[in-house]
Write a protein of this length. Structure first.
Lengths: 258, 207
């Protein structure tokens, strides 16, 4: 690709970056300055004539919130993700996380007890055997990563909508929040939680979920990007408060629907 | 000297070449498109479709999340502005008058003339056949880049569109190729605008 980098006349880029860094809040440095300032950051900051209180970061976050609303409107609770034959399953299905496989959580299935909290009638904890005993649903769907790649996987487990009914969840609540063994977390909207393909996944390709894919339980939502599908889930809460999530808090779009 | 003055004319006594809606949508599109392209390059770097990455210095966003924030903000500007342009262009008859007909023989002749530096730019209100072809082509590429972008963004809610693009993975390639066509156009377009500066003036001042 052609290099179109041009110096900006009369502007010392190093000074500009320092000034911009001062004006913009911490997460912004991450957005604009990770790996050095980009041409875009320079062009836009110089072009925008920064005044006190203005932040490109703030404007972009507002747009991202607007996009959350637009995606919620676009979300059809009855529209199913396309499903595939077993021959289409990607093998090996990729492992992806912000850490290497060797650092993935090792959850002891014998001690495991899923915590269910928030706006639910029955806050009893669920052991793995109890979860395995619930009616099983299955799907072969495409997992799409925010990075762009995709892979087709086969997942079996419990319908989250059924489970929420079973524990007497207030499904008028806005969100369901998931906590994971390594500290990862996610908040999702209730319509997605109740989507017929949203699954508390206990198996991959009819085998007990391997550690790489989130043993003992992941939440599979084919209607959302991969990072909104938490693995190693140890707790879920029904709530009216958006508790954010690991990547969402760093700037990835909250709704991230497909 | 007289001939010079005649062709140059004065600003006020010449007819408007580009009405104000063309100029506004042109420049809004230029900004939105460049933001989309440069943030799109950063997005591609997260999982490159081809065997190369775009140098970070010519991308927007700094990292994937930043790039996506720019991309999904600028997309509204691009799409709304593009729709306004298409509606005005069709309704006003400008597309029909300026872009058509495109005759293959004229395209060949004008291409030959352009390459030998003999193509006339005396009358900016009339497009030559190469211009017509390129402008129609880039409008189609713009429509394709938006549709394939929607297919990637919403492969479930808009799964019919995604299927039309050949599925999710194919849609990524369609999106990339449409981008590459637009970038190719942009290079030629900017070079020619610099070679014929009065065309740039016309897009700024209308005449």
């Amino acid at each position: 690709m052609a290099r179109i980098r041009k110096p900006i006349p009369g502007v010392d880029p190093t000074l500009l970056i320092k000034d911009a860094g001062k004006l913009l809040p911490d997460p912004t440095r991450r957005l604009f300055l990770r790996g050095g300032a980009s041409l875009g950051a320079l062009t836009f900051l110089t072009g925008c004539d920064i005044v006190d209180g203005f932040s490109a970061e703030k404007a972009l976050r507002k747009m991202s919130e607007f996009n959350d609303g637009a995606q919620a409107l676009l979300f059809n609770p009855n529209k199913l993700a396309p499903t595939y034959p077993a021959s289409a399953i990607t093998r090996p299905f990729p492992f992806n996380a912000y850490y290497g496989l060797e650092d993935a959580p090792e959850v002891d299935g014998k001690d495991y007890a899923l915590e269910v909290g928030g706006l639910v009638e029955n806050k009893k904890k669920w052991t793995l055997d109890e979860l395995y005993a619930l009616p099983e649903v299955s799907q072969i769907t495409r997992h799409i990563c925010v990075e762009g790649w995709s892979a087709i996987g086969s997942w079996q487990g419990v319908s989250l909508a059924d489970f929420l009914k079973r524990v007497g969840a207030d499904t008028r609540a806005k969100y369901v929040w998931f906590q994971c063994a390594e500290g990862y977390s996610n908040t999702i909207d209730m319509p997605t939680a109740l989507h017929p393909q949203t699954q508390m996944t206990l198996k991959f390709d009819n085998q007990i979920l391997p550690r790489a894919y989130g043993y003992p339980m992941k939440i599979r939502m084919p209607t959302k990007l991969g990072f909104k599908n938490p693995k190693y889930v140890v707790a879920m809460h029904v709530t009216n408060t958006d508790l954010g999530g690991y990547w969402e808090n760093q700037g990835y779009n909250w709704f991230s629907g497909l | 000297m007289t001939a010079m003055a005649d062709t140059e004319g004065t600003v006020s006594d010449k007819a408007v070449i580009h009405p104000v809606w063309v100029r506004i949508t042109h420049w809004v599109n230029a900004i939105a498109m460049i933001v989309m392209i440069l943030s799109g390059w950063q997005t591609d770097n997260a999982s490159p479709l081809f065997n190369f990455v775009f140098p970070a210095s010519i991308t927007i966003g700094g990292w994937l999340a930043g790039a996506l924030l720019w991309h999904f903000a600028a997309m509204w500007v691009l799409a709304v502005n593009g729709l306004v342009y298409l509606v005005f262009g069709l309704a006003s008859g400008r597309f029909a008058n300026k872009f058509f007909p495109i005759r293959p023989r004229e395209v060949l002749a004008d291409t030959r003339a352009a390459l030998s530096g003999k193509l006339s730019h005396d009358d900016l209100s009339v497009y030559n056949a190469v211009q017509k072809l390129l402008y129609v082509g880039v409008i189609l590429a713009g429509i394709l880049v938006v549709l394939s972008g929607l297919a990637i963004w919403k492969p479930i809610q808009l799964q019919e569109l995604t299927a039309l693009m050949g599925g999710y993975e194919a849609a990524r390639y369609v999106h990339f190729v449409a981008m590459a066509c637009i970038v190719g156009f942009l290079v030629v377009h900017v070079v020619l605008a610099l070679i014929v500066p009065k065309s740039l003036r016309a897009m700024l001042r209308g005449r």
